[in-house]
Design a binder for this molecule. Structure first.
Ligand SMILES: Cc1ncc(COP(=O)(O)O)c(C=O)c1O
Length: 453
């Protein structure tokens, strides 16, 4: 326990260590920062230290911290009608939000099923895809093709789609049906290789599995895990074409890549494709309250309407009135402040700032889109030689706490290769980017020096 802390903080930390289980971490929440307040692109900890939130906390506080307008929308709705279901009834905020989302989504994605978060959105999409095929007389279509390393959530179905061994293995045997193919690692694509080879891999897997057994392909617009893996030009057009030819639904998991993160409402608008289902959450309310959604094309809903069939799936908190009211207020802010335009106007500034770090001797690649960027670290940038696994773990083990100590919240992850990830609030601009660059330079230079020393 830190003796310099105020007694209230010390007590809070003791209680956390004893009672609060962290997610993806130790069962005892000890030694972790305690954030107590947020304002714009910054948060403050219990020692009064200011941290630049370079990750929108968890890719989700899109409009930034401390927006009274969103807090007031929640309070007003809780006073008016705190809770009603979207099971056998509806309420105004859910209806208004569904219609508004349908207006923002690409193509004919006009129907919205609300959830409490991203895993539930993915879970719902995988179940909906199966029933869609059943109703069309194709009940053997139960499998899902996803990409290696991709994170699609932790609930049983979503976990089957998740391609991260460290997250999957402890829970095997998993729900059956998850198949994995290569992701789009442009940095390591050998020269001369067909740029769309990773799309071709999806078709090969479909043929191997028997396309008549596959319900859906699920993929993120920019794959988070692995370090902001951006698709090559034409990738999504090819995947769309493959899915259509084999009667497979295309699910775009926009849990991160929506609500302005890529400078568009949804990933399909950034990369020019129309999926059959979009799954989303996080920035939908800028995380002021939990909420997610599955957005469904008319063509996917059609067999349900034709058969008068229900979707036998529901969640108590799906479409929660307070969540819906906050989501509407969040959309108001994004539109009024033109945050989509702001991201498009400034994404090159963020990229340039990060590209400026290439002289640090462990910076291998800088990649991303919108306000969603990754830096891959390597042992030898000219040859792209990766670190040995134990060294990679050591680099990430050093950088995580070091970046935090220097006041930057971002992600240092080891998914085979160490990557630093950044996803600042959509209100960030050159001043925050300069601060990000300065802190990263200090921490990365220190990491490189430790390796040399
Ligand atoms: C692409 C993607 N899908 C699904 C999820 C799961 O979302 P949640 O943690 O809200 O359940 C995440 C979470 O980070 C995600 O990034």
């Amino acid at each position: 326990m830190d003796a310099t802390l105020a007694p209230a903080s010390t007590a809070l930390r003791s209680l956390a260590a004893r009672h609060l289980m962290t997610h993806f971490g130790p069962v005892s929440a000890s030694g972790v920062p305690v954030y107590v307040r947020g304002e714009g692109c910054h948060v403050f900890d219990d020692e009064g230290r200011r941290h630049l939130d370079g990750l929108s906390m968890l890719f989700c506080v899109n409009v930034g911290h401390g927006r009274a307008e969103l807090a007031e929308a929640a309070a007003a709705q809780a006073r008016e009608l705190a809770y009603a279901t979207t099971w056998d009834a509806v309420h105004p905020p859910a209806v208004e939000l569904a219609a508004r989302i349908a207006g923002l989504a690409p193509g004919d994605l006009n129907r919205v099923f609300f959830t409490s978060g991203g895993s539930e959105s993915v879970e719902s999409a995988l179940k909906l895809a199966r029933v869609h095929h059943q109703l069309r007389g194709e009940s053997r279509r139960v499998k899902v093709i996803a990409r290696e390393l991709a994170y699609h959530g932790t609930t049983a179905g979503a976990l089957a789609a998740t391609g991260l061994p460290s997250v999957r293995t402890p829970f095997e045997p998993l729900a059956p049906g998850g198949c994995h193919v290569a992701h789009t690692d442009e940095y390591r694509r050998p020269e001369g290789r067909d740029p769309l080879w990773a799309a071709a891999a999806i078709e090969e897997r479909l043929q191997f599995e028997g396309a008549e057994t596959v319900a859906a392909v699920i993929l993120e617009p920019v794959q988070n895990s692995g370090g902001c893996l951006v698709p090559p030009d034409g990738y999504f057009a090819r995947v769309r074409e493959i899915c259509d030819r084999h009667g497979v639904l295309m699910i775009s998991d926009d849990t991160i890549c929506s609500w302005g993160r890529l400078g568009t409402w949804f990933g399909g608008q950034r990369f020019d494709y129309v999926p059959d289902i979009i799954t989303t959450a996080k920035g939908m309310t800028s995380a002021y309250v939990p909420m997610g959604a599955m957005i469904v094309a008319d063509s996917v809903a059609e067999p349900f309407l034709a058969h008068g069939a229900s979707f036998a799936h529901g969640l108590t908190f799906g479409g929660h009135p307070v969540g819906a009211a906050v989501a509407l207020a969040n959309l108001d802010v994004i539109e009024r402040e033109d945050l989509l335009g702001h991201v498009r106007r400034h994404e090159d500034d963020l990229r340039d700032e990060l590209e400026g770090l290439r002289d640090v001797p462990i910076v291998g690649d800088v990649r991303g889109a919108g306000f969603f960027w990754g830096i891959e670290l390597v042992a030898d940038p000219p040859t792209k030689r990766p670190f040995a696994p134990d060294v990679a773990a050591g680099v990430v083990g050093f950088l995580g706490p070091e970046l935090q100590r220097r006041g930057l919240i971002c992600r240092a992850a080891d998914r085979g290769y160490p990557v630093i990830q950044l996803a600042p609030p959509l209100i960030a601009g050159p001043e925050e980017f300069a601060e990000i660059g300065r802190i990263l330079r200090g921490a990365l230079t220190a990491a490189a020096a430790r390796l040399e020393g």
